[in-house]
Design a protein around this ligand. Structure first.
Ligand SMILES: [Zn+2]
Ligand SMILES: [Zn+2]
Length: 338
């Protein structure tokens, strides 16, 4: 698959260069909005590596797009999603509701999205997987998008196309958009593997333990300058420390028990909900143990449970983590750059 990916990359890069050359030089009379959009896109960070060398777009940048765990919307935090920018090229990890809007707020041009990774099939992580591809397509996407993650993604693609048939047909016919489905490459897997390897990044997956949701993945991204690991959703799971060993950054989900107990006291389904959460997620104290065992430099807390309680301060999130972990702790916020 690595070879396929490399081939796909180089062919697309060739096409991109060809389009850039055409819109800026060979076809100066082509003043359509499409051409302007393309030019703007090519001027964005990292889209033309030859011209951005040495600028701040070089290297690996993590942006937290949404940091709240769970599917219910909140004014405080958006649903789970992250983007890694490697020399400006976005790699999206999880697609909670609103991911396209959050990417836009982060300054990422949607048609540049090419690789999307799903950790597991909970709706707070996959609700907007196909919406993101669709909105990128409606924004001018012309190049293939790769969707990586657990089985059922292919079915989601088919169901999405079925559900949105009217809109997709109209936009292809009347707006001249390219055929939607051929742009989507699905890469499903159910265990640890090298997920993607190209000239920018090597991505590997590991299984974590997210109670009844199987498989659930953590991802490790190794680039020229940084190694960043995403826990996905998991209960306290010691093998994750081995997978995250020596990483510069570990983005780990987190649950704060005292606030959770308060929340659960008011819920109708309290006993079931409490049991589900404790078997599915990692407490603040347990996150500290994982980060310490992994020896990571920076621990980024994200996927906060509860994530919509403003009375839980940064110090409260960090206090029990510090018992075991002496590295840098970042309390994640939406659109924060790490
Ligand atoms: Zn979740
Ligand atoms: Zn989950």
């Amino acid at each position: 698959m690595a070879d396929d990916q490399r081939f796909g990359r180089s062919r697309r890069d060739f096409m991109r260069v060809a389009v850039t050359a055409a819109s800026s030089a060979s076809l100066p009379w082509l003043a359509s909005t499409d051409a302007q959009a393309q030019t703007a896109q090519d001027a964005t960070p990292g889209n033309a590596p030859a011209t951005t060398a040495g600028t701040s777009t070089r290297g690996t940048k993590l942006i937290l797009l949404g940091t709240k765990g769970g599917p219910t919307p909140s004014a405080l935090r958006a649903a789970p999603a992250n983007v890694l920018l490697v020399d400006g090229q976005p790699y999206v990890i999880d697609c909670g509701n609103g991911v396209a809007l959050q990417l836009t707020k982060a300054g990422v041009k949607l048609p540049m999205v090419r690789d999307i990774f799903l950790t597991h099939h909970h709706s707070d992580h996959n609700a907007d997987l196909l919406n993101l591809v669709f909105l990128a397509w409606a924004s001018g996407l012309k190049t293939p998008v790769n969707l990586y993650g657990p089985p059922r993604i292919a079915k989601m693609v088919d169901d999405f196309i079925d559900m949105n048939e009217i809109d997709l047909d109209v936009r292809m016919r009347e707006e001249g958009r390219p055929a939607f489905k051929p742009l989507i490459n699905v890469h499903e897997f159910d265990g640890p593997r090298v997920v993607l390897e190209n000239d920018q990044v090597r991505v590997t997956s590991a299984l974590v333990d997210h109670y009844t949701i199987k498989p659930a993945f953590a991802y490790r991204f190794e680039t020229r300058d940084r190694t960043i690991v995403f826990s996905g959703d998991t209960r306290y799971y010691e093998p994750l420390a081995t997978f995250a060993k020596g990483a510069d950054v570990l983005v780990h989900e987190v649950m704060y028990l005292p606030a959770l107990e308060k929340l659960i006291r008011t819920a109708d389904n309290a006993p079931t909900l409490r049991d589900h959460l404790l078997r599915s997620h990692t407490t603040t104290e347990q996150v500290g143990k994982i980060a310490a065992a992994a020896g990571v430099k920076t621990l980024v807390l994200s996927h906060f449970v509860p994530g919509a309680d403003p009375s839980v301060t940064d110090d409260m999130w960090a206090a029990d983590v510090r018992k075991d972990f002496s590295g840098q702790i970042v309390i994640g916020r939406d659109l924060m750059e790490v």
